[in-house]
Design a protein around this ligand. Structure first.
Ligand SMILES: CC(C)(COP(=O)(O)OP(=O)(O)OC[C@H]1O[C@@H](n2cnc3c(N)ncnc32)[C@H](O)[C@@H]1OP(=O)(O)O)[C@@H](O)C(=O)NCCC(=O)NCCS
Length: 165
């Protein structure tokens, strides 16, 4: 599968040597505040997560590591189609990089997979993620209470969808 290249980013498949850079992101409390798990405790946890990303079936998964200026800054894509997920290191937030990455991912997913829509599941407190998805044209389709227990804290879900253009 070809990389996705945007003006500032290269999105490519995950590799084992992405472990250290991804662990920095996935162990960061601010980046993980509204993730579906607490921040990763150790590199072994990130290694298992990374192995799942590398081993995922291309029929079921279309996920990318994001490189910016030669460094891995996060991930974006569908670990399980058609649900989208993304996380960037807080040092690079607020520069339009997530929007740039997701614009490329969304176009690719609709071109490569027979999905009617791309879906998202967001904690209602996650203003950045909801703002990003709104900017990309996602619309809310529903809500549910107490959908995830993350480290002992019950979290709710907002469901959003972007229909195939
Ligand atoms: C969500 C996240 C990827 C956004 O990354 P980012 O690179 O800062 O986002 P961008 O700079 O591309 O912003 C794109 C749009 O998102 C919205 N947005 C971004 N940050 C926002 C914030 N703090 N509050 C409200 N809206 C925000 C804006 O609409 C923005 O559009 P604009 O550039 O026209 O103003 C980033 O905050 C992140 O990694 N969060 C932690 C992981 C996470 O929560 N992932 C989602 C789980 S569902």
């Amino acid at each position: 599968m070809a990389d996705l290249v945007t003006p500032r980013l290269r999105l490519r498949r995950a590799r084992p040597d992405d472990l250290d850079a991804l662990h920095v992101v996935l162990s960061h409390p601010a980046a993980m505040r509204y993730w579906s798990t607490p921040p990763h405790r150790d590199r072994d946890q990130t290694a298992a997560w990374l192995q799942g990303m590398i081993a995922a079936s291309p029929q079921q998964s279309d996920d990318y590591v994001i490189e910016h200026e030669g460094a891995v800054i996060g991930k974006a894509g569908c670990w399980r189609l058609p649900e989208i997920g993304y996380i960037l290191h807080p040092d690079v937030w607020g520069q339009g990089l997530a929007r740039e990455a997701l614009t490329a991912v969304i176009a690719h997913v609709f071109a490569a997979h027979p999905v009617a829509a791309i879906e998202a599941d967001v904690d209602p407190r996650n203003a950045a993620s909801l703002g990003l998805l709104g900017r990309l044209g996602f619309v809310e389709t529903g809500r549910a209470l107490r959908t995830f227990n993350v480290g002992g804290e019950w979290c709710d879900s907002v469901y959003l969808s972007l229909a195939r253009p």
